[in-house]
Design a protein around this ligand. Structure first.
Ligand SMILES: Cc1ncc(C[n+]2csc(CCOP(=O)(O)OP(=O)(O)O)c2C)c(N)n1
Ligand SMILES: [Mg+2]
Length: 367
């Protein structure tokens, strides 16, 4: 009897990788990158801090303080690598799980928590951070992103001072019509956009095999633009590949798809129980590819950081966790009628009617 390796745990051969799970630096002919020790320490800090915010959010949800939370556990490198590749003028269209990218864009994590606590409608100003609001409707943000990128193109912001757009989505989203339509528009109009697919192997309980019979990145060629698969647990490779794709988009070379091959180590959301549909050995195999551990091993081996550095980052993470928790619990509840305030930019008759109905309903309560 042969023992099959756990599903998705074998590294596929066509994967761009610059840092192995053991923390060994490897070369790549197309995507090399020179990082200073300072930059490596910065990436490590990002990875640890976003994981800490995520863990705190899961705990807050378990304590009844958030309605739901979509954990990024395991996907930190894909998000920090791509997020740190962005230029300030680039525009991001996220899903609901891009907490690491939000971090790179300077969005206060408490604003993310406010959304999942149900006390705000979005939580941040997309124009201020060049980071659009979270989108729950699977794949729809890719169409918004292509529309935005085509607008940038029409404003003439392609070339030397060009700005790129990046759309995040999951493996499951690749089966949505919206995503396929967005590929077509981006391709035929040569839009300055990067499609960043985090293939975390699952769409809730639906495995990757139910989305595609070919590697996802190869879909791109059918639409007429390049696709590449990167080790999504390798922050160096994600940074290098995304940096190049964004630079190409900005300079007018059109769209590109990046498939970040990674794994969702937690549940789909806090409402999900993955033990119902996946085997524990799959998770165990992926734990060995942890995106943070490999950077830590690399830093130790190459004397880029000492124990004091790691202790200081851990202390900073604990402090951040405490601060985020405290400020989350202090978030004020909105006025019930505020739900009608920003549905439309202009006054709207239907909203006025519904507001009045709801106000009358609220008046029916005593006190
Ligand atoms: C249009 C639409 N259909 C279904 C859903 C329900 N739904 C929420 S998350 C999800 C799975 C998405 O999987 P994937 O794209 O792989 O992203 P991941 O959650 O794994 O990051 C589904 C089907 C939805 N939100 N929107
Ligand atoms: Mg997925």
């Amino acid at each position: 009897m042969t023992t099959e390796p756990p599903r998705g745990a074998e590294a596929p051969p066509e994967l761009v990788q610059l840092l192995t799970p053991e923390g060994e630096r490897v070369e790549h002919p197309d995507y090399d990158i020179d990082l200073t020790p300072e930059e490596v320490r910065g990436l490590y800090r990002d990875l640890v801090l976003v994981r800490r915010v995520d863990l705190e959010a899961v705990a807050l949800q378990r304590q009844g303080e958030l309605g739901i939370w979509a954990s990024l556990l395991g996907q930190e490198a894909a998000q920090i690598g791509s997020g740190r590749a962005l230029a300030e003028s680039d525009m991001v269209f996220p899903t609901y799980r891009e907490h690491g990218v939000a971090w790179c864009r300077g969005v206060d994590p408490v604003n993310l928590l406010g959304l999942f606590r149900g006390v705000n409608h979005g939580g941040w100003d997309p124009a201020e951070h060049n980071f659009h609001l979270y989108t729950i409707v699977i794949g729809s943000q890719t169409l918004h992103a292509v529309g935005y990128a085509m607008g940038v193109q029409r404003d003439g912001a392609v070339g030397e001072n060009g700005a790129a757009t990046i759309a995040y989505f999951g493996d499951g989203a690749t089966s949505q019509g919206d995503v396929n339509e967005s590929f077509i528009w981006a391709s035929v109009f040569n839009a300055p956009i990067v499609f960043f697919c985090q293939n975390n192997q699952w769409a809730i309980s639906e495995p990757l095999e139910k989305q595609s019979r070919i590697p996802l990145y190869r879909r791109a060629s059918g639409f007429g633009f390049p696709g590449v698969r990167v080790d999504g647990n390798d922050v160096f490779a994600c940074l290098a590949v995304t940096r190049k794709a964004l630079a190409d988009a900005r300079s007018g070379q059109g769209p590109m798809m990046i498939e970040a091959f990674t794994y969702r180590m937690g549940a789909h959301t806090t409402s999900d129980d993955p033990t119902r549909y996946r085997l524990a050995d799959e998770l165990e195999a992926w734990k060995l590819k942890d995106p943070i551990e490999r950077v830590r091993a690399y830093m130790f081996k190459n004397r880029i950081a000492d124990q004091d550095f790691f202790d200081a980052i851990d202390a900073e993470a604990d402090e951040l966790g405490r601060d985020v928790r405290k400020r989350c619990l202090e978030l004020p509840d909105p006025e019930p009628l505020a739900i009608f305030d920003h549905v439309y930019a202009e006054p709207h008759r239907l909203m006025d009617e519904e507001r009045a109905q709801f106000a009358a309903y609220l008046e029916g309560f005593e006190g």
